[in-house]
Design a protein around this ligand. Sequence first.
Ligand code: PMV
Length: 325
Amino acid sequence: MRQARARAHTNFALVKYWGKRGSALNLPAVGSISVTLAGLSTETSVTFDSAAPEDTLELNGKPASVEDTQRVSRFLDLIRGKANLTDHARVVSTNDFPTGAGLASSASGFAALALAASAAAELQLDATELSELARRGSGSAARSIFGGFVELARGQRDDGSDCVAKELAPASHWPLKVLVAVVSDAKKETGSTTGMDASRTTSPYYPAWVDTHAHDLAALRSAIADRDFALLARVTERSCMKMHAVMLATDPALVYWRGATIDCVHAVRELQKNGLPATYTIDAGPQVKVLTTAEHAAAVASRIAAVPGVLRVVESELGPAARLV
Ligand code: PMV
């Protein structure tokens, strides 16, 4: 039996990725820049066992659905292929945030799985190779291999070898605070892979989204290097709203927002008018992620928590890379 355990933290993008240039290898059509969080992590252990009749997945103390188990099993096939291994595996995965809290888990989940499974299979992979592997599970998982500010390159090659993430700056470079306003616990209606495909094939704004992306990535890189909050906020919001414009113009429309989502946006705009450093972003779901500085975190959190329809505010900060534990 060969066993390893890893922990990885979730991340969210400031310059977003939406759309694929290749589906077999899960290649994004655009690059993205994210922050990895300190909280919201997944711990996963993988045991390859020659006596196991099939792969099994336990998620937060319970056997996972057939669908989730199959997705993990397909991912393990990649590792078995690389390691010349035929054994099945027992995968046990726990999130340190409540299940069904409407918070992303595929990023931390596939990053932790990539690290634990490759270590258990005794593959010697560096962080770049791990990121390439994690990307096959979920695009955003490639970024959770690294901590702090992270960029996932679009890459040019068809084999995906240059479509990998790297750290732009560690969390200590600019220790921003993160507040996640949870506005719904419902499971999202359209998964990101299906949604991205629909946008690419039907949204009239999709070509403009792809064409203007490099400009946003360059602006955000310089905002991070200079710790320029005003520029970071401007680029973060325009990338978020551009992505949602693409989604809204998809046929049929992808509407991930609830009423409280847009009310949180207005609350952040009000804080900005009052001179507070705060910015927001929204992914393929209704929650609103707010970034601010340590100095203003308490004031921003209480304003967001007061928005009608906000169920709770999860507080975090920028965090570390994935690691074996
Ligand atoms: O990691 P995926 O394939 O589920 O895609 C993530 C897409 C967004 O969260 C909407 C944007 C992003 O860059 O994380």
